[in-house]
Design a protein around this ligand. Structure first.
Ligand code: FES
Length: 106
């Protein structure tokens, strides 16, 4: 499954990840700056905050309640496209997903 990460400065990095991995894990495994994933994917830290590309938002399952609550602690501005990337599992239907990274996670 391919995911494209767009950094705050516009740099785009495309990574290939196995189906079943979270976006956070795919980013960390590929050294993507801007996703920290401090809590290891437990929806407890909000340092994996990303923004879905508006064009892709519809094909990603909705936020869970725990994700909603944790986003309140995100360092960067939270928008309607904000997600915790550890809570999104990559599957074939998400191939080619574009996610935007906040300027900072702290
Ligand atoms: Fe901590 Fe996602 S990695 S909330």
């Amino acid at each position: 499954v391919q995911v494209h990460f767009v950094a705050h400065d516009g740099t785009r990095t495309s990574v290939e990840a196995e189906a079943g991995t979270s976006i956070m894990a795919a980013a960390v495994a590929n050294g993507i700056d801007g996703i920290v994933g401090e809590c290891g994917g437990a929806a407890m830290c909000a340092t994996c905050h990303v923004y879905l590309d508006p064009a892709d938002a519809a094909r990603v399952p909705d936020r869970a309640e725990i994700e909603e609550e944790m986003l309140d602690s995100a360092a960067a501005e939270v928008t309607g496209f904000s997600r915790l990337s550890c809570q999104i599992t990559l599957e074939p239907g998400l191939d080619g997903l574009v996610v935007h990274l906040p300027q900072s996670q702290h």
